[in-house]
Write a protein of this length. Structure first.
Length: 232
């Protein structure tokens, strides 16, 4: 499957338009699977379960989206990976697919000696933090996917070095009693390239080999600038 990394910041509407077209092409047998890594400018997205009260301060643009989940933040320093896979060849098991995404992130974090895991009743990937007389759990990665004709799109958001104060405008994923963190916040000065390498190695170990592909070309208006049927 193709593995593409976009430089700079990709407008959110452009990314969604490309994913919609690529997922349709995969379902039609006109394109191959693709994992697309990128960063967005600061913004909030509202999943299908988002509650209006969880938008505390609309300091950035807010986009309604068809992925699962509630409110989340995207911005510079956060690695977003949009995962367009054909589940018709991968068991047609949505619960198993979500577990594989969770374990992919857990295994990538383990490459930096970060012990992470999932928690009952809470989406995403979490780390436990402790100090003298205190302990808490913070989210380090979020997951939100959509399936159409058994092809996945949307994906994961992995906090490498985002501005964590930007999360203050929302209740991330509707969970008020826990916070968010990042690799750098945990004291690990990891570069985006290093995070990407860990993500790719862990992904290949779980989902299969990838090959490097040119990143999608998208326009500022939110429409794919290049056919979504390339990189088979």
């Amino acid at each position: 499957m193709a593995w593409a990394v976009s430089p700079g910041l990709t407008p959110y509407p452009a990314a969604v338009a490309f994913m919609e077209a690529r997922a349709a092409a995969i379902a039609a047998g006109a394109a191959g699977e693709l994992v697309w890594l990128l960063e967005h400018p600061p913004l909030y997205t509202a999943g299908v379960s988002a509650k209006a009260d969880d938008l505390l301060d609309a300091r950035f643009p807010v986009f309604k989206t068809g992925r699962g989940g509630q409110f989340t933040y995207h911005g510079p320093g956060q690695r977003v990976a949009y995962v367009m896979l054909d589940l018709r060849t991968r068991g047609r098991d949505v619960s198993c697919f979500v577990r594989d995404l969770e374990n992919w992130l857990i295994e990538a974090l383990a490459r930096f000696n970060v012990e992470a895991g999932v928690r009952p009743g809470r989406v995403g990937v979490w780390v436990e933090r402790k100090g003298p007389g205190w302990a808490r759990e913070d989210k380090i990665a979020a997951i939100g996917i959509k399936l159409r004709r058994w092809v996945s799109f949307h994906g994961i958001a992995f906090n490498v070095e985002p501005d964590l104060s930007h999360f203050d405008g929302i209740v991330p994923c509707g969970i008020r009693e826990h916070g968010v963190t990042s690799l750098v916040d945990l004291g690990l000065p990891v570069s985006m390239d290093e995070a990407d390498a860990a993500l790719r190695a862990a992904f290949e170990a779980r989902f299969g080999p990838t090959f490097a592909a040119a990143p999608p070309e998208v326009s500022e208006r939110g429409l794919p600038a290049r056919s979504a049927t390339t990189d088979r």
